[in-house]
Design a binder for this molecule. Sequence first.
Ligand SMILES: [Zn+2]
Length: 482
Amino acid sequence: MDYDLLIRGGTVVSSQDMAKADVAISGGQIVAVGALVGSAREVIDASGMFVMPGGVDTHVHLAQPSRGPEMCDDFGTGSASAAAGGTTTVVCFAWQGKGESLAEVVKDYHQRARQSMVDYAFHLTITDATPAVLDQELPSLVEEGNRSIKVFMTYDGVRLDDAAVIRVLAAARRNKALVCVHAEHHDLISWMGEQLVAAGLTAPKYHPWGKPMIAEREAVNRIVALAEALDVPIQVFHVSGKQSAEEIARAQARGLKVWGETCVHYLTLVAEDLDKPGFEGAKLVFGPPARTKADQEALWDYMRRGIIEVISSDHAPTRYDDPKGKKFAGEDGPFTQIPNGIPGLAARLPVLFTEGVTKGRIDPPTFVRLVSTNPAKLVGLHPKKGAIAPGSDADVVVWDPKKTVTLTNAVMHHGGDYTPYEGYQATGYPIRVLVRGVTVFDDGKVVGKAGHGKYLARAPYEKITPLGRFPTPFNPVDRKIV
Ligand SMILES: [Zn+2]
């Protein structure tokens, strides 16, 4: 036999173009792409199908320990859901609680991740930026391959004030790590929430009123300024609409290494969607919140122009009908106490393909760039991930661009009791999904084995090399004149 596996007759969609080609796989890697002859242990007939690199989802919350509401996906159910939606790599959050050692958190998180069936890497979430964490723990954790740090500018108990954000940015630059940011003006949205609750406006539908776009725009502007002052590459997470995207565009026009991510839910849901009977709107509570149709059109435009270049799920699942989930404060509790976050891992590719490619907003290579190649590049995993090319891992999705599936909670294969996309008609769906040549999803069934997934250590990479450009002749991070 010449190959382990041969995918024949499909249209290979890369980040640049699409063309009919066969794909040969041996030893878990892609070994040849083109018009191939030769024998294989297994041949997949992909005529009429797209053959694409597996999805890379760089914003996925799984198995995070919590003192409050409980996350309903561990790496078992979470990676099954990833596989069921054509995602073969996830980047998850090793999340430091206040007072905790980040090194201990990472050690524990490695244990939790061992049951994954898809490959994974870690962001380091820092909620307590002590000298012990930044100076003693961080250098070796980054060196081990955890080359991204997550900070929150809002949420009680996890947010960093500006002074702490600055210290983290400096530490990231010293250690060659990317900083990913949740940007909203904490004091403004806290105060807004208090006023709404005091006025008796407590239902889930008021959640977007409590987190107006201004609060996000201001924080994006502020984090960009801080990153520019310290010369640190950053990614702004979940850019929810036009005004924040404009801040990203302005930063890029100044030549800064500032990248923006948006999520499928900002392209499909609007604030009014939370206006549902009873407590149902809680199913759509996430922060920053859903915005307007005009914001969605702006995001599509920024995506086509390559300014917003990554689409993630921000999968952050809690159950709906559960006192440890969305009903944490009861159905009469105010929206300010509803846990933020929705499930979205399995829905990401099918919904984006439907809204983007099927409806004619983007072409298939742009789709591949947004969900696979660009996220892989930004976190330092390309070309091992995010490419159909000799030498890349054989993470492959055989995708039927015509297949129609009605999304339900069951087809999400996750641990939760709802999907925000219940009843959504997706056109374009994964038929078969491979992680390093091994099938993890086949014709509607998750067939991957727990533990097949591997941890991906990330080496320093060009994309996050600082520019070497400061506002004055003084480099404040290394305390020297440049
Ligand atoms: Zn998140």
